[in-house]
Ligand binder design. Structure first.
Ligand SMILES: NC(=O)C1=CN([C@@H]2O[C@H](COP(=O)(O)OP(=O)(O)OC[C@H]3O[C@@H](n4cnc5c(N)ncnc54)[C@H](OP(=O)(O)O)[C@@H]3O)[C@@H](O)[C@H]2O)C=CC1
Ligand SMILES: Nc1nc(O)c(N)c(N[C@@H]2O[C@H](COP(=O)(O)O)[C@@H](O)[C@H]2O)n1
Length: 282
């Protein structure tokens, strides 16, 4: 039977996201249907997705090296845990800073192999990029994977054009022809308005969203004061120091949202500690 054949996600994730009664295995395989949903973390709010804020950091709270150099902070065990988490969300989001710097794939390729007789793949989350200036490269891995049938169509969330409509329309056409779906939401000071973004994603059927960063996006979620915008925070802490030249996310955190976080569990994955916090009801 499928439920015994498919490898199970780590207990810490099942505990965090699902009711104990929820049997999710066997349901979350990718059949090639770009619109198919997956079992999804319990949602407390029907007006927006369940939001998991997650990233890997060093002991000195850096998420990247000097000048934004991408660092592999997670060891293989916690990296696999992150890929399990990716499988458990309808969508996965990064800012354009990360998309340009890292050219990420945001897929689930580090999971244990499925039994040979399976014709399907692990479920893949919808990649979403916050990009107010339509800077995403039409040659990025997200688009290559989509075209090769190894990823869902990427969505860009942007705001209304502010200047040079001709340039904007041209850029929009280039990206759409490359396979991107472009979604406009309201702006907040020239950036995507986070509560409006979440409402829009929910309207489009996204019931769970994993926010992977980078630094500015993490700050925006932590600092959002108009509404509650995340439900859980899952941080991988790697036993390493990056030093003061690295990229941090904590310097400007001031919102009440961080004070409302409650520790749920810490678990060891190889040499890394994964810390799970939940946002308390306010
Ligand atoms: N260790 C880890 O787990 C991770 C590390 N990283 C690292 O993070 C670094 C990238 O971080 P960073 O440069 O801060 O870029 P981000 O990925 O946070 O993207 C920020 C950009 O997104 C756009 N954006 C649109 N709306 C918003 C909004 N509401 N809030 C925030 N940003 C918005 C803006 O660009 P515009 O105005 O042009 O739209 C903004 O400059 C990389 O070095 C990467 O390696 C990234 C993810 C995870
Ligand atoms: N969990 C985790 N650990 C690290 O050490 C990382 N550097 C990241 N980075 C995030 O993962 C993206 C890369 O994803 P792919 O491997 O290309 O699928 C990167 O862009 C960050 O969002 N995460």
């Amino acid at each position: 039977m499928l439920t015994t054949e498919v490898p199970r996600p780590p207990a810490v994730l099942l505990d965090t996201f699902f009711d104990p009664s929820n049997d999710l295995t066997g349901l979350s395989l990718y059949t090639g249907d770009d619109n198919a949903l997956m079992p999804t973390p319990r949602s407390l709010d029907e007006s927006r997705p369940y939001v998991t804020l997650t990233f890997a950091q060093s002991l000195d709270a850096k998420i990247a090296g000097k000048g934004g150099k991408q660092l592999i902070l997670s060891g293989s065990e916690s990296m696999a845990m992150t890929h399990w988490m990716r499988r458990m969300h309808d969508a996965i989001m990064v800012g354009i800073g990360t998309a340009l710097n890292d050219d990420p794939q945001l897929n689930t390729r580090r999971l244990p192999p499925l039994p040979a007789e399976h014709s399907h793949k692990y479920h893949l989350p919808r990649p979403v990029v916050l990009d107010t200036n339509l800077r995403l490269s039409s040659n990025c891995k997200l688009l290559k994977n989509y075209k090769a049938g190894n990823g869902r169509r990427p969505w860009i969330v942007t705001i209304a054009p502010r200047t040079d409509i001709g340039w904007w329309n041209n850029r929009r056409t280039v990206l759409e022809e490359a396979g991107v779906q472009i979604i406009e939401v309201e702006s907040n000071d020239g950036q995507v308005h986070i509560p409006a973004l979440l409402r829009k994603l929910r309207e489009l059927g996204v019931r769970s969203l994993m926010v992977e960063g980078g630094a500015r996006v993490i700050q925006s979620f932590f600092n959002e004061s108009q509404a509650k915008v995340f439900d859980s925070v899952i941080v991988t802490v790697a036993p390493t120091f990056v030093g003061e030249d690295g990229v941090g996310y904590g310097a400007n955190i001031s919102g009440g949202s961080v004070q409302n976080l409650k520790h749920v569990q810490s678990a060891l994955f190889g040499r890394d500690i994964v810390v799970v916090l939940e946002s308390k009801e306010v």
